[in-house]
Ligand binder design. Structure first.
Ligand SMILES: *[C@@H]1O[C@H](CO)[C@@H](O)[C@H](O)[C@H]1NC(C)=O
Ligand SMILES: *[C@@H]1O[C@H](CO)[C@@H](O)[C@H](O)[C@H]1NC(C)=O
Ligand SMILES: *[C@@H]1O[C@H](CO)[C@@H](O)[C@H](O)[C@H]1NC(C)=O
Ligand SMILES: *[C@@H]1O[C@H](CO)[C@@H](O)[C@H](O)[C@H]1NC(C)=O
Ligand SMILES: *[C@@H]1O[C@H](CO)[C@@H](O)[C@H](O)[C@H]1NC(C)=O
Ligand SMILES: *[C@@H]1O[C@H](CO)[C@@H](O)[C@H](O)[C@H]1NC(C)=O
Ligand SMILES: *[C@@H]1O[C@H](CO)[C@@H](O)[C@H](O)[C@H]1NC(C)=O
Ligand SMILES: *[C@@H]1O[C@H](CO)[C@@H](O)[C@H](O)[C@H]1NC(C)=O
Length: 437
């Protein structure tokens, strides 16, 4: 009884509380702060649970001013920037809802440096809410018309979603800063690809430079050596292709954590260290043996720590250009030593001349072409189809097939998947082979 009364009183108080931080008056609600007036350079809006703040900042080594969302910590930790490509050069800027109903960053001359650019409406119908998740939301009569979480900068925080749309819509990807002092749009981006398999990618311009490998329901199987402390915080939600997305969902009592795509194109996981009062990098995609496609088609990298060669040709294959390969230029990849009996041009009744070689602990190639769920039929389906040159079965993923070039394959010391590749029967001789029955 006492407790209920206390809670009610507290809620009543919180709902009514009007906080006048500097000149901006804000109403604090359950989990959100309504931004009621224009923010000037010295104003700061703090989320109702104190986790995040919204306001003007300057990155290190520059006096340029930007409007951004930051962790509410003693170390400047920016997770989102509004006017990233259009900085203010003085402290005369402001952040407000303009007459056309958009969130805008204005300079001292009231010129628009950045706008949320959603369809025009009366500003009277729109309100801006700053949520405890760090999401800035523009609403019209209670309906969300724009949110910062949909237009990420370089950071991926708890409760954010990275949707499949990122593959086609650049704005839905994380995009790196140009340098630690310059938040303008850099060359690197990272997002989700949802096709036969779902994976995360990093691009340098339009070129893929890193791939997590398939999501198996728990983890990305292409990065077993990347050990995230909060592995289970990653979730993949797939209602239909349109609304499939990755999200981070971990309990706050585990501490603060977020992902950042650095200006060097490296995706890092950062953990807040309460003792050192600073961020610690807890995992990184900066792993030389995992550079995308570095060994070319039919070449395989190795993440074995003991004196490995960076690239080797898959068994039954040899370097396409031996001179370049010996020099350490692996981009040309490898080619078959002996043509398969079974190929598109030939009679399929001769398929028995080929077999499948089993490679263990593999990061499976990119671009699968076909997928089914049943493990039993996985090998026969591939054997009976001449254009199927490799398959893999992995729990949580099902049976995946490949045709064409096999690209971005890596062998791990542990983890990964079994990958079966079609080779001429004469190549099958070692311990790890598999003959079709
Ligand atoms: C800022 O400049 C100092 C001195 O040149 C340099 O040591 C530091 O690394 C710079 N910081 C950033 C984030 O660029
Ligand atoms: C600051 O930017 C304004 C335009 O936004 C420009 O007119 C002005 O010259 C700039 N001032 C400096 C010191 O660069
Ligand atoms: C909003 O209206 C302004 C002025 O009429 C126009 O310049 C701008 O392009 C419009 N924006 C959108 C998103 O329709
Ligand atoms: C604002 O909301 C009112 C009531 O919902 C509506 O009648 C009016 O058309 C809206 N104005 C604009 C510009 O959207
Ligand atoms: C990104 O691409 C540019 C231009 O092709 C290249 O110079 C640079 O080394 C690449 N960086 C990474 C990390 O791939
Ligand atoms: C690497 O080898 C390929 C042929 O496989 C060649 O086209 C390319 O120019 C070589 N790159 C360098 C940097 O030598
Ligand atoms: C496959 O081989 C059989 C028997 O040699 C022959 O009758 C048939 O025409 C061949 N099919 C094709 C597509 O070449
Ligand atoms: C045969 O395999 C290829 C490549 O794996 C695939 O594209 C094709 O759909 C398959 N054909 C049949 C009939 O399953």
């Amino acid at each position: 009884m006492e407790k209920t009364k206390a809670t009610t009183l507290l809620q009543f108080f919180v709902l009514l509380m009007i906080c006048c931080c500097s000149s901006v008056c804000t109403a604090i609600n359950n989990g959100s702060v309504t931004i009621a007036g224009p923010l000037t350079d010295s104003d700061v809006i703090v989320s109702s649970d104190q986790s995040f703040k919204l306001g003007f900042f300057s990155p290190p080594n520059t006096t340029n001013r930007y409007v951004g969302i930051m962790f509410n910590l003693p170390v400047l930790t920016v997770i989102w920037v509004a006017n990233r490509d259009n900085p203010l050069n003085d402290s005369a800027g402001s952040f407000t809802i303009s007459g056309d109903g958009n969130l805008v960053v204005l300079n001292g001359q009231k010129q628009v440096l950045w706008s949320s650019s959603v369809l025009n409406s009366s500003s009277a119908n729109r309100t801006a809410q700053f949520l405890d998740t760090g999401n800035l939301v523009l609403q019209e009569n209670g309906r969300t018309v724009w949110e910062s979480f949909q237009y990420p900068t370089d950071s991926f925080v708890n409760r954010m979603r990275i949707s499949a749309a990122s593959a086609t819509d650049g704005k839905r990807r994380l995009s790196s800063w140009r340098s630690p002092s310059d938040p303008s749009t850099g060359d690197f981006s990272s997002g989700v690809e949802i096709s036969l398999i779902s994976q995360m990618l990093i691009w340098n311009g339009s070129k893929i430079i890193f791939r997590t490998g398939p999501w198996n329901g728990n983890t990305f199987i292409g990065i077993p050596i990347m050990n995230s402390v909060y592995n289970n915080g990653f979730q993949f939600v797939k209602d239909n292709t349109e609304s499939a997305y990755f999200t981070l969902s971990y309990s706050n009592d585990l501490g603060l954590l977020y992902f950042q795509l650095t200006s060097e194109g490296i995706l890092i996981e950062k953990l807040w260290d309460e003792v050192k009062r600073d961020w610690q990098v807890s995992s990184t995609t900066n792993i030389p043996c995992l550079v995308y496609g570095k060994c070319g088609p039919f070449g395989s990298g190795s993440c074995n720590p003991q004196g490995y060669k960076m690239c080797t040709c898959l068994k039954g294959f040899e370097p396409r250009d031996k001179v370049e390969w010996e020099k350490g230029n692996w981009t040309g990849g490898c080619t078959r030593k002996k043509m398969l009996q079974c190929d598109d041009q030939r009679n399929t009744t001769t398929t028995s001349q080929d077999g499948f070689l089993r490679l263990t602990k593999m990061k499976v190639p990119d671009f699968p072409v076909w997928k089914s769920i049943e493990e039993e039929s996985c090998d026969t389906m591939c054997s009976n189809n001449c254009s199927c040159i490799a398959y893999a079965y992995y729990k949580g993923l099902g049976c995946i097939h490949w045709g064409g070039n096999l690209i971005d394959i890596t062998q791990f010391p542990q983890g990964g998947a079994d990958l079966y590749i079609r080779v001429d029967r004469s190549e099958l001789g070692g311990k790890h082979f598999f003959l079709r029955h």
